[in-house]
Design a binder for this molecule. Structure first.
Ligand code: EPU
Length: 440
């Protein structure tokens, strides 16, 4: 039965939340275990839907997965893995984008891979052309069918010289997970260098891989014959951290995020400070709060690392509805990541979307008719509304808008938030939010 979340707004969120491993690292680290000839151990694993989906996918490929959700410890034993039946894989069609990253490891271990229709958030077209192109360059043969994509490596996989058209996180991970056991040397230019990519590289290095990252976004991988297992503690989820930080600002609250790591949040923290948010870093986490002064507007552009992440944009736009003046946000990573502003407008926000690049530099979407720039005027008093959650980050943004709004909001589609926010209902309770979940 579908769930309904009733939110009574107007209370500052105050207290402490514990954020564990990154949603954008943990599932990939789990896939990496498939490359090993021994078991791997991953710590700091959050209990989120994406971890559950990848656990199921690994299990249907014969990987033994032992999880302790309380401690966040996961053991992955790939020693008896095998090719799963297409029908079993197909059961996960539309659930997540991670299946595409099984290609390299499955081809190395079993000569072939099958990729169902992919899922993930609806924030743009989200094609997989970069992934398929790099796999072909390694020597893979790609056969598309109406149910999915069959990929095989009849002559093995060989290192290649590759350049990505855009520093895609997923395509960079695809190259890493394929190149480590490919024959010879792979050189990837224009690679993504997000902290989650560095964490995946650290895992692969522990397993026996030889990977060098150069300052010009080039990654060189020397293929090896065999990889062992790894023992690793996943980096903290910086997107969840930024979401709670934004929630503190929007609700005029004060939230300590245990586990938050300053180094991975530099661009976010600079922006947070410019808007008027306060933060204090200690050895165990970061405290975020609204200092009581008027919030300042700003001009912001999302970008690949080390820029301001696209995943931080949506929660922060809610804070900008409370800033005194006009803010401009230019989304340059996804062409369609402002759909969530419709609900904010119904709640009273003043937001206009534009097709032009309103940031300081033109992006790839400027000539292509996408509403990818937003002009936000504030401050406005948000009013409670009926909202259907569109995607993970957009959904969390709606939630914090509802928590700050006057009156009651009724939020549906809330299950989407479980994909990336561990125990978010418990955390909201700990922060003093007035929220009630019921069946519809
Ligand atoms: N792109 C292509 N072709 C491809 C792959 C990507 O055109 O084959 C384009 C995308 O359409 C997008 C851009 O390249 O416009 C960047 O996409 P990227 O491949 O970097 O994103 P991703 O790997 O699919 C991950 C995270 C996203 C996060 C982005 C950017 C995971 C599971 N997802 O997606 O996280 O926004 O990197 O950092 O790691 C989220 O957490 O809410 C989320 C969407």
């Amino acid at each position: 039965m579908a769930k309904l979340l009733t939110v009574q707004g107007g209370k500052p969120l105050e207290g402490s939340v514990h954020v564990r491993g990154a949603k954008n690292l943990v599932p990939k680290a789990m896939v990496a275990a498939l490359l090993g000839s021994e078991p791997s151990q991953l710590r700091n694993v959050p209990a989120i839907k994406d971890v559950e989906i990848v656990t199921n996918l690994l299990q249907i490929h014969g990987v033994k997965v032992d999880a302790d959700p309380a401690t966040g410890d996961l053991t992955l034993d790939p020693r008896d893995s095998y090719s799963a039946a297409h029908s079993e894989i197909d059961a996960y069609a539309g659930d997540s984008r991670i299946p595409i990253l099984f290609c390299g490891p499955l081809m190395h271990q079993h000569g072939e891979a099958f990729i169902p229709d992919l899922g993930g958030c609806r924030i743009g077209d989200r094609p997989i052309n970069y992934h398929l192109e790099v796999l072909r360059n390694f020597g893979a043969v790609v056969d598309k069918s109406p149910t999915g994509i069959h990929i095989s490596a009849p002559r093995g996989l060989k290192g290649a010289k590759l350049t990505l058209p855009y520093p895609s996180v997923g395509a960079t991970e695809q190259v890493l997970l394929t190149a480590v056991l490919a024959e010879g040397i792979t050189e990837l230019e224009n690679a993504a260098v997000e902290p989650e990519i560095h964490d995946l590289i650290a895992i692969l290095q522990q397993m026996g891989a030889i990977i060098t990252v150069y300052t010009d976004r080039t990654i060189r991988i020397e293929g090896v014959d065999r990889l062992s297992g790894y023992r690793h503690r996943a980096i903290t989820d910086r997107n969840e951290t930024a979401s709670w930080a934004s929630a503190a600002l929007v609700t005029q609250g004060d939230i300590y995020v245990k586990g938050a790591a300053q180094r991975d949040l530099m661009a976010f923290l600079n922006t947070y400070r410019k808007i008027g948010g306060e933060f204090a870093v200690d050895d165990d986490g970061i405290r975020f709060w609204h200092a009581g002064h008027a919030l300042m507007p700003l001009v912001l552009e999302t970008d690949v690392h080390p820029g301001f992440m696209t995943d931080w944009q949506q929660p922060l736009v809610v804070a900008l509805t409370q800033a005194h003046g006009v803010s401009i946000v230019h989304e340059t990573v996804y062409e369609n990541r402002f759909g969530f502003t419709e609900a904010l407008k119904r709640m009273g926000a003043s937001i206009q979307l534009h097709r032009e690049c309103l940031g300081s530099s033109p992006c790839r979407f400027g000539q292509r008719n996408f509403l990818h720039s937003a002009v936000i005027s504030g401050p406005v008093e948000l009013q409670g509304a009926d909202i259907d959650v569109p995607d993970l980050r957009g959904g969390f943004s709606h939630l914090i808008a509802a928590l700050a709004a006057n009156g009651t909001s009724r939020v549906t589609g809330i299950e989407v938030i479980n994909r990336g926010y561990e125990h978010f209902m418990d955390k909201l309770g700990d922060l003093g939010a007035d929220v009630v979940m019921s069946e519809r």
